[in-house]
Design a protein around this ligand. Structure first.
Ligand SMILES: Nc1ncnc2c1ncn2[C@@H]1O[C@H](COP(=O)(O)OP(=O)(O)OP(=O)(O)O)[C@@H](O)[C@H]1O
Ligand SMILES: [Mg+2]
Length: 192
């Protein structure tokens, strides 16, 4: 799932609700704002539970200079399977202009068969690697400021999403499977 929208439009709020009951969850928290949501760090113990197929919820917020660990965690996820990973800001994990890591790519292209779900949020869909959008089954688009970002999303969600979003936390939802039914994106005023 791709969650896109300008800052403060409700992506993280939506993800917190959506993932509240996921039994095996890793939160990638580049901005370190989700401690209250998932207090447990992704440490040795969480890693063991991931490997053993046990329930766990853990969060990785990098210390300064620790960004290299993202790929290592994606590698753990890839080999363990049956887990959901939530990436609270994709371009921290895959900075613009840098080649995305092989395991992040693998989660998107091969994760489905391995029971791996990826939910990724971003403020700037035009900046993230294309597979973040093209491999998604579901798109949630909150308010975007830039036309470039809106147009990028319209390529996946259809032209309906080019219009303005009147509600502060309103969003468009689109599922890839709707394409074959010619069903357009659906508008929701808010999660609550
Ligand atoms: N559906 C909603 N109903 C009521 N309040 C909401 C809703 N969605 C978001 N908010 C409020 O707006 C604030 C900002 O939302 P949120 O943190 O989810 O934005 P964001 O899109 O993740 O922004 P950023 O890109 O900066 O991380 C939240 O802390 C919450 O208080
Ligand atoms: Mg957020």
């Amino acid at each position: 799932m791709a969650l896109v929208g300008a800052t403060g439009t409700g992506k993280t709020f939506f993800a917190r609700r959506l993932l509240a009951h996921v039994p095996r969850l890793i939160v990638i928290d580049p901005k370190s704002t989700l401690r209250d949501y998932v207090p447990r760090p992704y440490d040795k113990r969480a890693r063991k539970r991931l490997e053993n197929g046990e329930p766990f919820r853990a969060r990785f917020a990098p210390a300064p200079g620790e960004d290299w660990r993202y790929e290592q965690i994606f590698e753990d996820i890839y080999w363990a399977g049956n887990v959901v990973v939530y990436i609270d800001e994709v371009y921290a994990v895959s900075p613009p202009g840098r080649q995305p890591g092989p395991y992040l790519t693998a989660l998107y292209t091969r994760g489905r068969e391995l029971g791996i779900g990826v939910v990724a949020a971003t403020q700037r869909p035009a900046w993230v690697p294309l597979f973040i959008l093209s491999e998604a089954n579901s798109y949630v688009m909150f308010r975007l400021m830039l036309d470039k970002d809106k147009r990028r999303m319209a390529e996946f969600m259809g032209p309906a999403v080019l219009g303005d979003i009147p509600d502060p936390y309103g969003f468009w939802l689109y599922q890839t499977s709707w394409a074959s039914q010619n069903k357009p994106a659906a508008y929701y005023r808010s999660v609550v």
